[in-house]
Design a protein around this ligand. Structure first.
Ligand SMILES: Cc1cc2nc3c(=O)[nH]c(=O)nc-3n(C[C@H](O)[C@H](O)[C@H](O)COP(=O)(O)OP(=O)(O)OC[C@H]3O[C@@H](n4cnc5c(N)ncnc54)[C@H](O)[C@@H]3O)c2cc1C
Length: 392
């Protein structure tokens, strides 16, 4: 089997890349270990930056997103029992965010890719990469029937997420350096069948810890609260969860609308970057190369930004033979990655309780929240980063 670009992973990065390449006349094959049903049912991120929406629209995948996505012109920062609105639209020159669940993005991209002749091999696991520093790299994979096969290609795009295999093909130490930060807390996340409690997302700083009121659809609400990463969901019956969320988000007459909880989980918070994002003819994109704490809502959007840069570099190569943009890929992508890392770390540091911190640290946090909600310059920094930097 042979293709021009072998893509590992049918997440947002892999699917977007495959379709962008198709529009430029470049062939690709996607190898994906999970089933289509599993991918389309996994609820993850939900905040799309303006550039991600523009990109989806530009490649012909934006129709349902435009119809069913929720455009939010602002977010609320809530602390000391009071809400303060950050007007994203006004502060970021008309740029906004759209709430549209990641699995809906994936449904749209998979349907579009298959409709336009795309090759996605579901339930097919990449097991190894070979000769990535030669001009004839290969991907070894196992089919759903258990057959071991090989995909020869010009380039490999490692879009296989944080637990994929492609990053390991960049030798650690000599070539690859990993940068980590692990936070001393996690997020307890729930999905509940309930109407939205607010027209906009609410980020709350509270004495008992952070909470986020988010949404996935008119009937499904996504909420999180800061927790011990080693806690267990078994310790949290529904009543206790609602009590905790109501306590953290309450004040000034605000009350969450409750409903049956149908999913609970604890995610650890970490920041991670692997440098470089290229080795020979292997290019990493999305979570395969970096992870951000979800506080800044950047994970999916960074994946889209990476493949935007990569698709342009690959199409320049196939059109002219020039490897200049391919050679610049890692540097170009990493600049945005580190900006997003900084923003995600900043939001995390400002909004969470650090239990090992002192009273001084708490007062400083509250002063920072006061600053970003009362100074137009500081609020603009939040707004510009939250709606996302323009794609380069
Ligand atoms: C559990 C979870 C919850 C999240 N929740 C949020 C959230 O609430 N808010 C937020 O902003 N962000 C969230 N994120 C982050 C966001 O979803 C990711 O940043 C985004 O999915 C990155 O897209 P990607 O295409 O790079 O990787 P992924 O979406 O992870 O896609 C990678 C794909 O590669 C496949 N794969 C892996 N290994 C192999 C292999 N060996 N062979 C073939 N295929 C392989 C995987 O099955 C997967 O489909 C969450 C992430 C996770 C993992």
């Amino acid at each position: 089997m042979r293709t021009q670009v072998a893509i590992l992973g049918a997440g947002p990065a892999g699917l977007l890349l495959s379709h962008m390449l198709h529009l430029r006349g470049i062939d690709s094959v996607i190898i994906e270990s999970r089933s289509r049903t599993a991918i389309e049912a996994t609820i993850r991120a939900g905040v799309l930056e303006q550039s991600t929406v523009d990109l989806m629209t530009e490649i012909g995948a934006g129709e349902r997103l435009k119809r069913e996505g929720f455009v939010h012109h602002g977010i609320e920062l809530r602390f000391a029992g009071r809400g303060h609105r950050i007007n994203l639209h006004d502060l970021a020159n008309g740029r906004v965010i759209t709430v549209y669940a990641q699995h809906e993005v994936l449904k749209d991209l998979i349907a579009l890719r298959l409709r336009t002749g795309g090759q996605i091999h579901f339930e097919t696991k990449a097991t190894g990469l070979e000769d990535v520093t030669s001009d004839q790299p290969k991907v070894h994979f196992r089919t759903r029937e258990g057959e071991e096969r090989e995909l020869a290609c010009d380039f490999i795009a490692g879009c296989d997420g944080s637990h994929g295999i492609s990053r390991q093909a960049i030798p650690e130490g000599g070539v690859r350096k990993d940068y980590f930060r692990v936070y001393p807390f996690g997020w307890f996340g729930i999905l509940a069948t309930a109407p939205p409690s607010s027209d906009e997302l609410i980020y709350t700083h509270h004495d008992r810890g952070f909470a986020l009121v988010s949404t996935r659809s008119p009937d499904v609400q996504r909420m999180y609260f800061q927790c011990d990463p080693n806690d267990s969901v078994d310790n949290w019956p529904d009543e206790r969860i609602w009590e905790e969320l109501q306590t953290r988000t309450g004040g000034a007459g605000f009350r969450l609308k409750e409903g049956p909880i149908f999913q609970k989980g604890i995610i650890p918070l970490r920041s991670f970057v692997c440098e470089p994002m290229q080795h020979g003819r292997l290019f990493l994109a999305g979570d395969a190369a970096h992870t951000v704490p979800p506080t800044g809502a950047k994970g999916l959007n960074l994946a889209a930004a990476d493949v935007h840069v990569l698709a342009r570099a690959l199409s320049t190569y196939y059109a002219s033979g020039s490897t200049d943009l391919l050679g610049d890929y890692s540097r170009t992508a990493l600049r945005r990655v580190w900006r997003a890392q900084h923003f995600s770390w900043w939001m995390t540091s400002m909004l969470h309780r650090f239990w090992e911190g002192t009273e001084f640290d708490l007062k400083r946090q509250l002063a920072e929240l006061d600053l970003v909600t009362s100074s137009r310059a500081a609020a603009t920094t939040i707004a510009e980063n939250y709606v996302g930097l323009p794609l380069t």
